[in-house]
Design a protein. Structure first.
Length: 198
């Protein structure tokens, strides 16, 4: 039996749609700005400058920008941007001459992200609907690719990395915060969608 990728995406979208609608409900992962600052090392001051509409639904597993902020004028892609904490922090770093392309597959998060762009006035952020395995971004057009807790949700991680390197300019950077498993997962578990979303 092979993993049903379409069904997996649908179930993951359901979970993160619920996070967007009710971030304080309680999930098998942490959410919100307090978690981001206390456990993941985000700057309390930087998050306080963002509206609750951006920070409340934060569900990352690390801080991809801790490895280095983008430079003014850079183009950044955020894979699985969600409501946009990392995208909005990157947008502040790149400034008005830069660009952040926030990619998300979940309709509710996509719409929330676009609303957050209007709310913050950070026009250098553009939300695009898409998958990590097929980024809606031109070849060799990006200085930095970031992702936070998303690649682990893809059944084709090799393809995600190929896509990341496809869109990066020569000398571009990839900065990922994610979950890593240090042992083989049995095939039955890899094919169980409940395990992916539990």
């Amino acid at each position: 039996m092979a993993l049903d990728t379409a069904r997996l995406r649908e179930e993951i979208s359901k979970v993160y749609s619920e996070v967007a609608r009710d971030p304080k409900k309680g999930y098998h992962f942490h959410t919100g700005p307090a978690y981001a600052t206390e456990r993941l090392g985000y700057s309390r001051e930087a998050l306080a400058e963002l509206p609750d509409a951006v920070t409340a639904a934060f569900a990352g597993v690390g801080n991809p920008l801790a490895a280095g902020a983008p430079r003014p004028g850079d183009t950044v892609v955020d894979i699985g941007a969600g409501s946009g904490v990392d995208a909005f922090l990157a947008a502040r770093a790149v400034g008005p001459t830069g660009k952040v392309i926030a990619v998300d597959m979940t309709d509710v998060m996509f719409e929330r992200g676009r609303d957050n762009v209007a709310l913050t006035g950070l026009r250098q952020i553009e939300y695009r609907k898409g998958w990590a395995e097929a980024l809606p971004v031109s070849d060799a057009s990006v200085d930095l690719v970031i992702s936070n807790g998303v690649i682990n949700l893809s059944p084709d991680k090799d393809r995600v990395f190929r896509e990341s390197f496809r869109v990066l300019k020569p000398g571009g950077r990839l900065q990922v915060a994610d979950i890593v498993v240090h042992r083989d997962i049995p095939p039955a578990a890899r094919e169980d969608i409940a395990i992916w979303t539990a």
